[in-house]
Design a protein around this ligand. Sequence first.
Ligand code: FES
Length: 138
Amino acid sequence: MPPEIFPYVSKKLNLSEAHIYGVATFYENFSLEPKGKFIFKVCDGTACHVRNSAPLLAALRKDLGLSESKKTTSDFLFTVETVSCLGACALAPVMSVNEKVHAAMTPEKTLALLEELKAEGNKPEAESCSQEASHVAG
Ligand code: FES
């Protein structure tokens, strides 16, 4: 949700721009910055942190050239964020990619997953869609 549209949304909803900004920055489903096709959420809650979630985050950031301040790759394929808890503490350390949760992760498993997603992300759109359709069909 780019801030440039706040005046338009404000006018259409008859709400102040400050109200629009508050909603856009409070709810995780909104973002002021564009995100990647694949959004990694690395849990850094207590259970995951004590079971070594930090190396997972470091491995992702190093491979993708990302940092605390640069969360999305230039090609908008990947975004790497941290979250406080994904609600799967018993399976720590945990991360999610889009809506899928990955449990008991290691840096090696994380990089293997990343390579799979790079291959998937570089497929032509039509090929990717037809494979997704075949998964749905069974
Ligand atoms: S602390 Fe990571 S899932 Fe709860």
